[in-house]
Write a protein that binds this ligand. Structure first.
Ligand SMILES: Cc1cc2nc3c(=O)[nH]c(=O)nc-3n(C[C@H](O)[C@H](O)[C@H](O)COP(=O)(O)O)c2cc1C
Ligand code: SF4
Ligand code: SF4
Length: 314
């Protein structure tokens, strides 16, 4: 059995869920995948040299790979031509997100990896506004199916041409202003003393260890990735996000519950969708076709593989 390592950065759990789905799907292709979450301290990361391939998953932040994840990848030891596969989650499917992996790809190449694939998966926003239940359910189920597609492509080992449009690359550089913004806004984040219960959950989950409890209340510093984890997961919705507080989203998406709830429709975006989410239709139409094609290929291959298994002992 081959071995894969999945390095993932996640603020509010979406990309972690995608990583877990991919790990699960890879096992169906005889690839044993371990998931490792990038958080401080970084020196506990498994050495990629002990694996047959490596995966890198991150949430798109302001059209970019989060700076913290790039810094983490730079700390990895060099490898000799190890295949690398990228997946990234984002709230929208627009072209502005399309070059978000460009710097990551460059760093990976310098380290000796061979970037083979870069796929975008839609998951609900953890900032600006909350997606409704039906859309959250559709995104979750779709990401689960796309994990199968990604695993299938990884097992096939075919290299995707990774090209990024110059205008989208330029946009990524312009929006890196967000990195400075996160540093400035970090200490402006605070807990509302009227609602904070001092449970320390925010401090325990912050992937950058940017929060410490002082006098029973969390105190935030500059080393913030704007991952939104603290505000999203606070049980009392007590985190105030400084300059970004108007974009605060609080409370986990209950994906597993939604998936099991027949009262919530499994699709929100379809050919009849109007308004803003109409713009999501091309992404879903294209990827649902891809999912169907991969499932057909696998169904065709299954009897042949079963036949080989029954013939083998003779
Ligand atoms: C600071 C910040 C910036 C974001 N920027 C984008 C963006 O440029 N494009 C996009 O589609 N989604 C954007 N999002 C949404 C996230 O990419 C999306 O919700 C992602 O699935 C979150 O993953 P996580 O739960 O693993 O952190 C942004 C989220 C945050 C917190
Ligand atoms: S998670 Fe919320 S309630 Fe708990 S310490 Fe942090 S801000 Fe306070
Ligand atoms: S302080 Fe909050 S937003 Fe900043 S990195 Fe930590 S958990 Fe994420």
């Amino acid at each position: 059995m081959k071995k894969a390592i999945i390095y993932v950065f996640t603020g509010t759990g979406n990309t972690r869920r995608a990583a877990d789905f991919i790990a699960q799907a890879l096992s169906g292709f005889q690839i044993d995948a371990a998931v490792w979450e990038a958080r401080v301290p970084l020196n506990t990361a498994p050495d990629p040299n002990g694996f047959d391939c490596a995966l890198f998953g991150y949430p798109i932040h302001a059209f970019n790979t989060p700076r913290f994840f790039l810094q983490f990848v730079k700390t990895l030891p060099s490898v000799r031509r190890l295949p690398a596969f990228i997946f990234r989650t984002s709230g929208e499917p627009f072209g502005a997100n399309s070059a978000s992996s460009r710097s990551l790809v460059r760093i990976l190449r310098k380290k000796g990896f061979i970037p083979m694939l870069d796929r975008q998966l839609l998951m609900p926003y953890n900032i600006v506004f909350r997606y409704n239940d039906a859309l959250a359910k559709q995104m979750y189920l779709h990401t689960r199916d796309m994990a199968l597609v990604i695993a299938y492509r990884i097992a096939a080992g075919k290299k995707q041409a990774l090209r990024y449009a110059p205008w989208a690359v330029l946009l990524t550089y312009l929006f890196r202003l967000q990195w400075l913004g996160a540093w400035i806004n970090g200490p402006l984040i605070h807990a509302d003393k009227g609602s904070c219960i001092g449970c320390g959950h925010c401090a325990a989950m912050c992937p950058l260890q940017n929060i410490r409890l002082t006098g029973g209340y969390p105190c935030f510093s500059h080393r913030c990735a704007m991952c939104m984890g603290c505000a999203f997961r606070c049980p009392k919705d007590a985190v105030r996000l400084g300059l970004l507080d108007g974009w605060r989203v609080n409370g986990e998406y209950p994906f597993e519950k939604l998936a099991a709830d027949d009262g919530v429709p499994p699709t929100y975006i379809d050919e009849n969708t109007a308004g803003y989410f109409r713009l999501f239709r091309p992404y879903y139409e294209r990827t649902y076709r891809e999912i169907a094609a991969v499932k057909t290929e696998l169904a065709k291959a299954a009897p042949a593989a079963a036949g080989r298994r029954t013939e083998a002992p003779r």
